[in-house]
Design a protein around this ligand. Structure first.
Ligand code: PLP
Length: 232
């Protein structure tokens, strides 16, 4: 059994356990395999282990992998910072973008989404920990941004995404995720038909699932550590 296959099986088992602990069915959870810094071969291996949805942070690296893997029916998610002059290849090659925090970027993605493709699924990234250096819209500015993005053509606003400041214990990890759940509920009460909370990574997904994550983004626990100079 390859490492990726056994890692994926272990992650799925852990997801099922966390879902059960949260009193939820595992079918309410989507697993996004974050393949950044790993090559097309690693993605292919994960595909053969049953994984379909992959997350990428760096556009040039992602485009190379997407091209190399055109023979597989994969679903690509862009989860890295979006530069407004790089929106076209994102609009043309991805099914989802999780990391939109400005109207200008959403407008460009909407204008550049090819007509023959389904609408681009989009999440708004929220700066839930209030870190000055972090990307993400401030919670206080979320509602007007969500309303404006939801009104764009060729875009389907699905929900919210967050990367909270790292915390060690589960109780501390749950705080920002609970806040995210509240923010999503606020938008739903305002009539926005949102169904996605993209939150939780290798080190904290159980906390995110306890607070209602519907999509967890997991890299290290599937592909291994990235800091060993992995092939791009
Ligand atoms: C790298 C990354 C992940 C995956 O992180 P791991 O700790 O490797 O699971 C998830 N989300 C985003 C936005 C990332 O950049």
């Amino acid at each position: 059994m390859t490492a990726i296959l056994s890692n994926l099986q272990a992650v799925k088992k852990a997801l099922a356990g966390a879902a059960a602990e949260a009193g939820r069915g595992v079918e309410t959870l989507q697993l996004l395999a974050v393949s950044k810094t790993f090559g097309a071969q690693a993605v292919r291996e994960a595909y053969h282990a049953g994984q379909r949805a992959f997350g990428e942070n760096y556009l040039q690296e992602a485009l190379g992998k997407i091209e190399a893997l055109r023979d597989l029916p994969l679903e690509w998610h862009f989860i890295g910072p979006v530069q407004s002059n790089k929106t076209r290849p994102i609009a043309e090659n991805f099914a989802w973008v999780h990391s939109v925090d400005r109207l200008k970027v959403a407008q460009r993605l909407a204008a550049q989404r090819p007509a023959q493709l389904p609408p681009l699924n989009l999440c708004l990234q929220v700066n839930v920990s209030g870190e000055a250096s972090k990307s993400g819209v401030a919670p206080a500015e979320l509602l007007p941004l969500a309303r404006a993005v939801a009104a764009l053509p060729r875009i389907r606003l699905r929900g919210l995404m967050a990367i909270p400041a790292p915390a060690d214990d589960k109780a501390a990890q749950r705080g920002p995720y609970a806040r995210m759940r509240g923010l999503l509920q606020d938008l739903q009460r305002q009539g926005l038909p949102l169904d996605t909370l993209s939150m939780g990574m290798s080190h904290d997904f159980p906390a995110a699932i306890m607070e209602g994550a519907t999509l967890v983004r997991i890299g290290t626990a599937i592909f291994g550590s990235r800091n060993q100079g992995e092939a791009k």
